[in-house]
Design a protein around this ligand. Structure first.
Ligand SMILES: Nc1nc2c(ncn2[C@@H]2O[C@H](COP(=O)(O)OP(=O)(O)O)[C@@H](O)[C@H]2O)c(=O)[nH]1
Ligand SMILES: [Mg+2]
Length: 277
């Protein structure tokens, strides 16, 4: 328990947010894999009305894991970025200290959650990134075009932003709650790869400590990728936009919660949503 504002808040340790869209082949196994770990993690699934009934499977499993498996359902496919923002706000409101992002498809090995946690809890990082592109990291069974896109995207981002992160589009992350509490989450605009880049960029610009932990990323064995051209386009333009906005003097202040002004005045969110969800 700790005192926040005018109330006592129950302090919970760690929660893994798993966004899902049509993951019926993976969801039960990934939930089991997380709950089988030596360390204890809670799970929050954010399902976007998957037509394949992913949410029904989660609901059934909730009986087996009461008080540690949570489900938030949204009406339609609203995009990965807004799913995470929803999950971040939910987790902050409940009082979790460490908040994780992880895919449902086993591309991220659930056992690595413990290494990301250690990097934050004992290693002093505010954000730990499961990274394919640092020594010891890598990919398995990923088609060459995906590797090209991912490595090229990271290089492009680093050249434009100078952000000292090697795997800028990584979606396997541990955040200390202070990071997510500081960032004005309503100002995070992007949805796909650009969302992952934007979160790292904001974390870096606000002066938080980022650490990359090597991981082996494996292509999914079951279900289909939701990757499409719009996500790539959003990434290419998004990085340029982030760099442009960061040139303005009060950019850092605008990134912070309660700043009262918008950090990204010229990106209409609905337009981005329609094109890239
Ligand atoms: N809630 C939600 N989850 C999504 C959406 N798009 C993708 N996901 C989930 O995000 C994770 C990563 O997506 P995936 O298709 O594997 O992308 P890839 O690894 O880049 O091919 C998976 O768990 C997906 O089910 C979305 O619009 N909403
Ligand atoms: Mg995947």
């Amino acid at each position: 328990m700790y005192f926040r504002g005018s109330t006592w808040t129950l302090c919970l340790e760690k929660i893994v947010i798993i966004p899902t869209y049509n993951e019926k082949e993976n969801i039960a196994n990934i939930i089991d894999a997380v709950f089988s770990l030596k360390q204890h993690f809670h799970i929050l699934v954010i399902d976007d009305g998957s037509p394949d009934g992913t949410a029904d499977l989660v609901r059934t499993l909730q009986g087996r894991f009461p008080g540690e498996l949570f489900l938030e359902e949204r009406k339609g496919k609203l995009g990965l970025g807004t799913a995470y923002i929803h999950g971040f706000k939910w987790s902050l409101q409940k009082g979790y200290r460490f908040i994780f992002e992880m895919d449902a498809d086993f591309s991220h090995n659930p056992a690595d959650l413990q290494r990301l946690y250690a990097a934050c809890k004992d290693g002093g990082a505010d954000m730990a990134i499961g990274s394919r592109y640092v020594k010891g990291g890598g990919t398995v069974n990923w088609p060459w075009d995906r590797i090209f896109l991912s490595k090229g995207g990271s290089l492009y981002t680093r050249l434009i932003t100078w952000m000292p992160v090697r795997d800028t589009t990584a979606g396997f992350v541990c955040y200390r709650h202070e990071v997510l509490e500081t960032i004005n989450l309503d100002q995070i605009r992007f949805l796909g790869y650009a969302f992952q880049i934007e979160m790292k960029f904001a974390t870096w610009k606000l002066g938080f400590r980022i650490k990359e932990v090597p991981i082996i990323f494996e292509d999914r064995k079951f279900g289909a990728s939701k990757m499409h051209k719009g996500i790539v386009k959003e990434g290419i333009l998004g990085v340029l936009k982030l760099r442009w906005y960061s040139l303005f003097k009060d950019y850092r202040n605008r990134l912070k919660k309660n700043a009262g002004t918008t950090a990204f005045p010229s990106i209409p969110r609905d337009e981005v949503l329609a094109k890239t969800k």
